[in-house]
Ligand binder design. Structure first.
Ligand SMILES: *[C@@H]1O[C@H](CO)[C@@H](O)[C@H](O)[C@H]1NC(C)=O
Ligand SMILES: *[C@@H]1O[C@H](CO)[C@@H](O)[C@H](O)[C@H]1NC(C)=O
Length: 225
C-alpha cells in the first residue's frame, strides 16, 4: 500500500475511534442562523431545535432584556444563577454560546458543579469572589483566584468549579458559556439529591465515611428541595 493511503486510512480509523470517546459539544452551524421554533411534543430534536423560516425571523429572536435586575439570593446556598440559553433567546439555537448572570449574597456560594458541554469565562462585576476549578484524575489540581471588579476567570469544559462570595456585600458575576445549552450537574444534588436516592452503601464506600454522615447529606439535599 502507498504510504499516503496507509496514513489516510490510519487517520480515519483514529478519528472514528476518538469520536466514539469524546462527549459531544455544540457543532458549527451550517447556516447563518437557525432561530429555534418549538415543535409539537412528539418531535425529536437532534443537536438543537427546528429552525424558524428565516423570512419570519426578526430582531426580537436575538434579544433579551432584564439582566441588569438583581436576583433574589435568599436560599440555602445564597446564590442565584440566571442562565440565558436557547430557551430564553431562540436565536441562540446552534450558535454554541449562552450567557449568565450570577448573584451572590454575602458568603453566598455557587456550589461545585460542572457543565458537560461548555467552557465558561466569568467576569466579576461587583464584590469579591473566590473562584476555583479542579482538574481530572489523578492530579485533581485546584486552580483558584480571588476576583475583583473586572477580573475574569476561565472554567474549562467539564471541570468541577465554584464561586464563593468572600465579601460582606452582595456580589455579581456575568459569564459566557460555549454552548447554546451548556447543561448543569451540581455535585451535591446529583450525588445526595438524586431521585430515587443512590444506595447508602454506595455513597458510604465512595466517600469513606460513616452511614450517619451520608444520611445527613441525603437529608440536607432533601430539605433543600
Ligand atoms: C432567583 O431570583 C428570582 C428573581 O429574583 C426568583 O424568582 C427565583 O426564585 C430565585 N431562584 C432561587 C433558586 O432562589
Ligand atoms: C426573596 O425570597 C425569599 C424566599 O423565597 C422571600 O421570603 C423574599 O420575600 C424574597 N425577597 C424579595 C425582595 O422578593
Amino acid at each position: 500500500m502507498m504510504n499516503g493511503l496507509r496514513y489516510f486510512l490510519a487517520t480515519v480509523a483514529f478519528m472514528a475511534l476518538a469520536s466514539s470517546f469524546v462527549s459531544a459539544y455544540d457543532p458549527s452551524p451550517l447556516q447563518a442562523f437557525c432561530v429555534a421554533l418549538d415543535g409539537s411534543k412528539n418531535d425529536v430534536f437532534v443537536n438543537g431545535k427546528f429552525c424558524k423560516n428565516p423570512k419570519l425571523v426578526n430582531a426580537d429572536d436575538f434579544f433579551f432584556t432584564g439582566l441588569n435586575i438583581p436576583r433574589n439570593t435568599s436560599n440555602a446556598v445564597g446564590s442565584n444563577v440566571t442562565l440565558i440559553n436557547v430557551d430564553m433567546i431562540p436565536g441562540l439555537n446552534t450558535l454554541g454560546i449562552s450567557f449568565a448572570r450570577i448573584d451572590y449574597a454575602p458568603n453566598g456560594l455557587n456550589p461545585p458543579h460542572t457543565h458537560p458541554r461548555a467552557s465558561e469565562i466569568l467576569m466579576c462585576a461587583e464584590g469579591t469572589l473566590m473562584v476555583g476549578s479542579v482538574t481530572s484524575n489523578p492530579n485533581n489540581q485546584l486552580f483558584t483566584k480571588i476576583l475583583h471588579l473586572g477580573d475574569l476567570f476561565v472554567f474549562p469544559i467539564g471541570l468541577i468549579h465554584f464561586q464563593f462570595n468572600m465579601g460582606e456585600t452582595h456580589a455579581v458575576a456575568f459569564s459566557g458559556l460555549g454552548s447554546h445549552n451548556p447543561s448543569l450537574i451540581v455535585m451535591a444534588s446529583a450525588l445526595f439529591g438524586s431521585d430515587p436516592p443512590i444506595s447508602i452503601e454506595v455513597l458510604e464506600k465512595a466517600f469513606q465515611v460513616d452511614k450517619n454522615v451520608i444520611k445527613e447529606l441525603l437529608m440536607a439535599q432533601f430539605m433543600g428541595k
